[in-house]
Each structure stands twice: as C-alpha cells, then as structure tokens.
Design a protein around this ligand. Structure first.
Ligand SMILES: Nc1nc2c(ncn2[C@@H]2O[C@H](COP(=O)(O)OP(=O)(O)OP(=O)(O)O)[C@@H](O)[C@H]2O)c(=O)[nH]1
Ligand SMILES: [Mg+2]
Length: 320
C-alpha cells in the first residue's frame, strides 16, 4: 500500500486501500494518517432518500455535469441494507455504466459488512481517503431511513435529501426523520404525476420545521427545493449551481469550519470511546476535545495521532 501510487492516480491501488480501510487494517489507517494533510480539499456531498427514489440516477447525472465542468468525481454508494451486495448495487452498476469508462470518475459500493467501528466511521474514512486521492467532488449515496443514515450523512459537508413524487401528502423524508439534515431538497422524477404537490408539501414542511432546524443547520441558508428529471439531466445544472452556492456559503459564513470541527469532535469522541470506554471510566473533557478538533481541522495533526496523544495525556494504557 504505497501512498505515492494512490496520489499518482493509480485506481487499483486506491481500490485496495479502500478495501483495507473497510477491513480496518492498521496499514490502511497508517496510509490515511500519512495523507491526512492532503484532505479537506474535496467537496463532499451526501445524497439520501427512500429506496428507489432516484438517488443513483441523480448522482450519475450530477457526475456527468461535474465532468462537463472539468471536475473529477468519486461516488461512494453506501448500502447498509444489503450486506451481500444485492440488487441495488447491481442496478447502480448498470445505471452508472456510462460513467465507468471515464478515468475522472471513480465508483465504489460499500456494504455494512465488517464495519466494526460502525458504518458512519468507515464511511467517513473512505470519504477522507477519496478526498486525499485528489477527487474534486466526493458523493456519498445512502438510503435515508433513520438515525444510522443521519450518522452516515454527517460525513458530508452538504446534504441533499431527495423525495420522489408520492401518492398524496405522504412525505418519506419526514417519516424517516431526515428532512432536518437537508441543505437542499430535490424532488426527483419531476416528469411523474404529483411532483408539484410534493414540492408544495416539502415547502410547507420546511416552514413548519424552520424553528427546530436552526440547531442543526446554519442560519442564513434557506433550504431550496429543486426539481429534476435526472435521466434527461433536466434541472441538474441548477442542482450543481446550488451545491456550489452552498459551499460558498459554508466558506464565507464560517459555518463550514464550524461544522467540520463539530464533526471531527464527534469522530474523535467515537474513536476514543471505542478504544477505552468499556475498560475505563474515562471522563472526556469536551473543551479539550474541541481544542484537538481545532488542531485537526487546521491539519496540524491527523485523527489517529490525536487519539494517541489524548490517551497518552490521560495516562490510560492503550489496549489493542
Ligand atoms: N420517470 C423517471 N424515472 C426516474 C427518474 N429518476 C430515476 N428514475 C427511475 O427510478 C428508478 C430508481 O432509480 P434509482 O436511481 O436506482 O433510485 P435509488 O434511490 O438509487 O434506488 P436504491 O439505491 O435502490 O435505493 C429507476 O428505474 C430509474 O430509472 C426520473 O427523473 N424520472
Ligand atoms: Mg441507488
């Protein structure tokens, strides 16, 4: 596992590294630590929504759009529901075939199999690895069905929640509790009956939720509701423009840094809990962790090294 090969764009080396990260192999973590200073450059977008709502089709259309704008794209399809990589991933392969001959696009499917540290932690590591490998855009596709998907989506800077037109007023995103993590809502399959009603229902739900949302989402960003017909790319360039606008908002408002430090603090805490929690009653001082998260955010240190330093400073022996 040679970081040089990964940085030089060797796709097979990258694929092997990702597999080793999924298997939580020590060498893979060491490569991530070595490349950690290279991360923080990619735009990481989460796409989440009910099964069959059109996520993969939209992601493929976004990828084509980014390629047309000269950007490279990595797609991470997380499928917690099918540990043996069932039909969905196969379907994705077919759908994304048109992209697969393009060296500027890298597609990776990921099941929850073997994710000892939890799917969210593994997803975050893989997204970071793709970021380190130099992709301009990293997209995480995940079925939106509750808390575990919310945790997965947290690896992203910008989250798109998608909703296909339904039969009536029933909004899947509300039922799944994922509306609150949306930076951007997309009604897919706008060529299907009921799309306008779905847009209206989402706008109404957003208004109702706006007070509750302010905890999780930065103030100053009004969540847009867009529509797409991804197979023909209708509406897709508006989604790309809105994603770019959200990234610009995250940068100019400082909300992006704030979110990342929070995210890193959560990850740090998770890793520390995994290592020592069951064995020791470790009182984690959240101010101290926030300081470490700040240092990681500034790329002064990587996550694993910070974990070691925190453990060393609390005089707790590390058990592997
Ligand atoms: N008419 C129409 N069909 C669409 C559109 N977008 C996607 N579809 C179809 O909807 C079906 C599901 O699309 P996917 O993109 O696989 O949905 P998904 O959310 O990725 O599905 P899972 O990953 O299995 O949860 C496919 O048959 C697509 O061709 C659209 O804009 N209009
Ligand atoms: Mg899919």
């Amino acid at each position: 596992m040679n970081p040089e090969h990964i940085l030089a764009g060797d796709r097979r080396a990258l694929a092997r590294w990702l597999t080793a990260l999924e298997d939580e192999r020590r060498e893979a973590q060491e490569v991530l630590a070595a490349l950690f200073a290279q991360t923080g450059r990619a735009q990481i977008t989460g796409v989440t929504g009910a099964p069959g709502s059109g996520k993969s089709t939209l992601v493929a259309a976004l990828a084509r759009g980014w390629r047309a704008r000269g950007q490279t794209v990595a797609i991470l399809a997380v499928d917690p529901s099918s540990p043996f990589s069932g039909g969905a991933i196969l379907g994705d392969r077919v759908r994304m075939q048109a992209l697969s001959g393009d060296p500027g696009v890298f597609i990776r499917s990921m099941a929850s199999r073997g994710a000892l540290g939890g799917l969210a932690a593994t997803t975050a590591d893989l997204a970071r690895a793709l970021d380190a490998a130099g992709f301009d855009q990293v997209v995480i596709e995940t079925v939106g069905a509750g808390q575990s998907e919310i945790d997965v989506a947290r690896a992203a800077q910008t989250t798109i929640v998608i909703e296909a037109p339904g039969l009536g007023d029933d909004i899947q995103a509300i039922k799944a509790g994922i509306l609150e993590i949306a930076d951007l809502l997309v009604v897919t399959k706008a060529d299907q009956p009921g799309a306008e009603a779905t847009v209206r229902a989402l706008r109404a739900a957003l208004e109702l939720e706006s007070a509750a949302r302010s905890a999780g989402v930065a103030p100053g960003w009004a969540v847009p509701v867009l529509t797409t017909i991804a197979p023909t790319s209708a509406g897709v360039s508006e989604v790309l423009d809105t994603l770019a606008a959200h990234q610009a908002f995250l940068r100019s408002s400082g909300a992006g840094s704030g979110r990342e430090v929070k995210r890193l603090q959560r990850e740090l805490e998770l890793r520390l809990r995994q290592r020592v929690w069951q064995r020791f009653a470790l009182g984690l001082d959240s101010d101290v962790l926030a300081e470490w998260a700040g240092r990681i955010h500034r790329r002064e240190i990587d996550l694993e090294s910070a974990v070691k330093s925190v453990l060393a400073s609390t005089h707790i022996p590390e058990h592997e």
